[in-house]
Design a protein around this ligand. Structure first.
Ligand code: DQA
Length: 141
């Protein structure tokens, strides 16, 4: 399965640490791989700042019936192209956020992807990914 991360998430650790914490993308990758191992999931973690690349990964997941944990980052709030790619999913896709967007600026209150995801987990720091991986392990056949 894939853990896909959108724009600016390569900057974890230095990016607004008061909001996103001190841990890096490398820490997040290790956490997801370790959690996957415990749950019997083979986890591939990717990050891109590029909308087209993210859409290509979602097409790949849809073609391969691969479950996805997705942090769409800022794409969450405006990318109908990402939404249309997610709508093609053939396996569970969990939307995750490190912060709780509902408790932040107004523009973050809208997710244009939530309605086509299996579900959303937000606000638990990097634990959001652990919870999402647990959800995948429970619901994916
Ligand atoms: C985020 C929340 C988004 O609003 C923001 O644009 C991000 C990160 C999160 O994980 O909390 O880049 O998706």
């Amino acid at each position: 399965m894939y853990v896909l991360n959108g724009p600016n998430l390569s900057r974890l650790g230095t990016r607004e640490p008061d909001v996103y914490g001190a841990e890096t993308l490398a820490d997040l990758t290790a956490l997801c791989r370790d959690t996957g191992r415990e749950l019997g999931l083979s986890v591939e973690v990717r990050q891109t700042d590029d909308e087209a690349e993210m859409i290509a990964w979602l097409h790949e997941a849809a073609d391969g019936r691969v479950p996805v944990v997705l942090n769409p980052a800022a794409f969450t709030h405006y990318s109908y192209a990402l939404r249309d790619a997610i709508a093609q999913r053939t396996a569970p896709l969990i939307e995750v956020h490190i912060s709780n967007p509902a408790a932040r600026e107004e523009f973050r209150h809208t997710s244009v992807v939530a309605a086509v995801a299996t579900g959303t987990i937000a606000g638990f720091g990097l634990r959001s990914y652990v919870l999402a991986l647990q959800a995948v392990a429970e619901i994916a056949q």
